[in-house]
Write a protein of this length. Structure first.
Lengths: 268, 333
């Protein structure tokens, strides 16, 4: 059996391997950062004037936590496609025939993708500052805001790892995740206040963890106006707690499932 | 001599499909076993079970005295695997690939680096060591893949169709590298569809077809099963065929076979080159114009044809169904 130290050291080797690819294929990083920049600028200036916000807040401040959430959740879908690619190329077979830790390949993958998300969120935050977004809270709270976003995305990475191991074709993983993630991020408070949603959709959006990630980030960055009405559902009243519960639940379910699928998978 | 690999009554089913129907084989330490068979015969399934990637349904499989089912972790530390498709990371350089695998075999940083250097040198990849593997040719990738499986000096090496997809020149090069490994004393189990490859590299062979062993032995033993050597010659005209048939009949140890269409005569003989020399003397005494003459020993294609009634290549096309069954079963598991 492998010890914890061996698992950590193997995971570091795999993480490094995955990050070298980011360095060698600069397109990856360009696309990972260009589209969020585009989103920030488009939404800020196109929808900015049309969306009714509570008084006391600019659309840029409302929007940025939403864009952060959407981008990191999309960013974590990379995990699925990359795992499927490794499977196709026989690399997973090679790793499985080595006397290495049984979970290190997946840990190294999800940690590397977390690294990518750190890069994109940094780029987006800088772009946001340029278009009028501001952090109106303490440094501690702001760090908390970024952590909530990144840890939630890390959990989604594990879900996507399982999808990649089961679906096994990178293109299919991408399309499938788009179909699920796109509505999930739009049926939320990321871009518009929930007050404008029809009732059933609004109920869904209120309990959608993407909404609570966004709400938690808004609160932690101080992007909620002082006079804003208190939400009337528990999830949005306690967004950080609700999000953390979701994050833990996803990890508890999908880490073991993904590791099990990894151990049983055969590349062809 | 002890056995580095022992397989007894190995059965593997994928759903309805029986990929292995009770395979037995052993590989003595320091020797090469060629596992021969067409696509879908079950060769890769045997390798995947021995390298702990698949669990057998029945039977026993041991590598270096360790059970692949219950002692999988220890088995993995003893083996090297080179699969059918070069499993190298295209974005890493050759050196980075080898160091990564070395580290995952739990070699220290320094040792992984020095082993990587030695293997790059040995497999003629030193010049390309710092280029991403993406820029490598097919042959170079295969060599890098084999180098990766050798980094921790495995006691048993599994090579699954190491030359499939390579051009003839790269294949010859690969054979030389493999022959080198053998002279180092590495135990190798090699699967191949190329009978010439097994003939050249393997000490002993096991031929499987549809998940069952249909023959085993040395190349010579297998060839003996399909008959001995023949003297074959081609003459200039059909009339001369009768002349040379008369001249060579006394040397024949069986029925002569003359083909008028190709103007070719085939004479079963014994005695090797002495017989060839005698045949040449007799032919010189005739007026026949001999275009081409030679001793031909049966090759493994003849063996396969005799054993299964079809050539190794025909067998490929009849077993597509088995291949697809393996794929879908893999997805379920």
């Amino acid at each position: 059996m492998t010890t914890l130290a061996e698992t950590v050291s193997d995971s570091v080797v795999i993480t490094k391997r995955n990050l070298i690819k980011v360095k060698r294929v600069p397109d990856l990083i360009v696309f990972a950062t260009l589209s969020p920049i585009m989103f920030v600028v488009l939404f800020r200036y196109i929808f900015g004037g049309a969306i009714n916000l509570p008084p006391g807040i600019s659309y840029a401040e409302f929007l940025l936590p939403g864009i952060f959430a959407q981008t990191v959740v999309f960013g974590s879908t990379v995990t699925g496609a990359s795992i499927a690619e490794d499977l196709q190329k026989g690399l997973i077979d090679r790793f499985r025939s080595l006397p290495m830790s049984r979970s290190a390949v997946l840990i190294g993958r999800t940690v590397a993708d977390l690294g990518l998300n750190v890069i994109s969120i940094t780029v987006m935050a800088l772009t946001g500052l340029a278009v009028g977004w501001r952090i109106n809270s303490s440094i501690g709270e702001a760090i908390g805001g970024f952590l909530v976003l990144l840890v939630f995305a890390f959990a989604i990475s594990w879900l996507m790892a399982l999808v990649g191991l089961l679906v096994r074709t990178p293109e299919v993983v991408n399309n499938a995740s788009f179909i699920v993630i796109f509505p999930l991020t739009f049926a939320s408070n990321a871009f518009v206040p929930l007050e404008s949603f029809p009732a059933p959709l609004r109920a869904f959006a209120e309990w959608n963890p993407v909404s609570t990630v966004v709400q938690a980030a808004r609160e932690l960055f101080g992007n909620v106006p002082a006079g804003a009405p208190v939400p009337d559902v528990w999830s949005l009243q306690n967004p950080a707690l609700y999000t953390v519960l979701w994050t833990i639940a996803i990890l508890v379910v999908f880490v073991p499932l993904a590791v099990r699928a990894y151990l049983r998978t055969a590349s062809r | 001599m002890t056995d580095a690999v022992v397989v007894e009554g190995l059965v593997k089913r994928f759903g309805e499909n029986t990929a292995l129907g009770g395979v037995d084989l052993t590989v003595s330490e320091g020797t090469v076993l060629g596992l021969l068979g067409p696509n879908g015969a079950g060769k890769t399934t045997v390798v995947r079970i021995l390298s702990t990637l698949l669990q057998p349904d029945e039977g026993r499989a041991e590598v270096a005295g360790l059970d692949v089912r219950t002692q999988a972790d220890q088995v993995r530390a003893m083996i090297g695997l080179t699969g059918q498709y070069a499993a190298v990371d295209e974005y890493l350089t050759g050196a980075e690939n080898l160091e990564m695998v070395g580290r995952l075999y739990r070699l220290g940083k320094r040792e992984a680096r020095s082993r990587a250097g030695q293997l790059l040198e040995r497999f003629d990849l030193s010049d390309a060591a710092n280029r991403p593997a993406k820029t490598y040719s097919g042959g170079m990738r295969r060599r890098l893949d084999i180098a990766a499986s050798l980094i921790a000096r495995p006691r048993v090496l599994f090579l699954d169709e190491p030359t499939t997809g390579l051009d003839p020149r790269s294949r010859l090069g690969m054979w030389e590298f493999i022959a080198d490994l053998v002279s180092d004393g590495t135990t190798i189990l090699l699967t191949t569809q190329y009978l010439e490859e097994a003939d050249r590299l393997a000490d002993r062979m096991v031929v499987i077809d549809r998940g069952k062993v249909i023959a085993r032995g040395t190349a010579d033993e297998l060839k003996a099963q399909v008959g001995g050597e023949r003297l074959e010659l081609t003459v200039g005209t059909v009339e001369q065929l009768a002349v040379v048939t008369d001249a060579l009949r006394p040397l024949s140890h069986g029925e002569l076979h003359a083909d008028r269409q190709t103007r070719r005569l085939s004479v079963p003989v014994t005695g090797g080159t002495d017989t060839l020399a005698e045949a040449l003397r007799r032919l010189a005494g005739t007026s026949a114009q001999v275009l081409d003459i030679g001793l031909r020993r049966p090759d493994l294609d003849d063996v396969f044809l005799t054993l299964t009634g079809r050539s190794a290549e025909d067998a490929d096309t009849t077993t597509d169904a088995e291949d697809s069954a393996t794929v879908s079963a893999g997805a379920q598991s």
